[in-house]
Design a protein around this ligand. Structure first.
Ligand code: CMP
Length: 137
């Protein structure tokens, strides 16, 4: 079993897609190990996305991620990192395959509904950024 970190982003929460996205997470067989609704500060969003700090979209991304509440999750399954990225689809909803979450719930590359870790080291950092050990059962 592997664990990954996921976010239901502020756009999806604001549009009231969270319930549908959670239903899809459960339907494909993930176990939700931890879940919390948070509203990140700009500084917290900058810390979370620090790997992107040199990218031109960093300011807009961290403004957006601190613009409203989001839902952070620890998801567990066999090959969870790939399984969650497959369910999300391509970063840009316009390029995401039919049946993926970003295709169905995303509006643009900025407002793309969900986030997921891209590697085991990233998952470890991202889970640790938002969850204390005792929350990860
Ligand atoms: P996410 O998986 O959360 O990781 C970084 C985010 O930056 C990404 O989803 C997109 O929402 C956002 N983003 C905006 N522009 C780009 C871009 N050109 N390439 C990659 N990510 C981008």
């Amino acid at each position: 079993m592997q664990r990954t970190f996921a976010i239901i982003k502020p756009d999806a929460v604001q549009k009231q897609y969270a319930g549908r996205i959670l239903a899809r997470i459960e339907a494909v067989g993930f176990t939700v190990r931890a879940l919390r609704m948070i509203h990140m500060s700009k500084a917290e969003a900058e810390g979370f996305y620090h790997v992107h700090r040199e990218r031109p979209f960093f300011g807009g991304l961290t403004d957006f991620m601190s613009s409203g509440p989001c839902i952070v999750l620890c998801l567990e399954a066999a090959d969870a990192i790939k399984k969650w990225r497959d369910l999300m689809g391509a970063t840009d909803p316009a390029k995401a395959a039919d049946g993926t979450l970003r295709k169905e719930f995303g509006a643009s590359i900025d407002n793309n509904a969900t986030h997921g870790s891209d590697a085991p080291e990233t998952a470890a950092f991202e889970l640790g950024y938002f969850f204390r050990g005792m929350e990860l059962r």
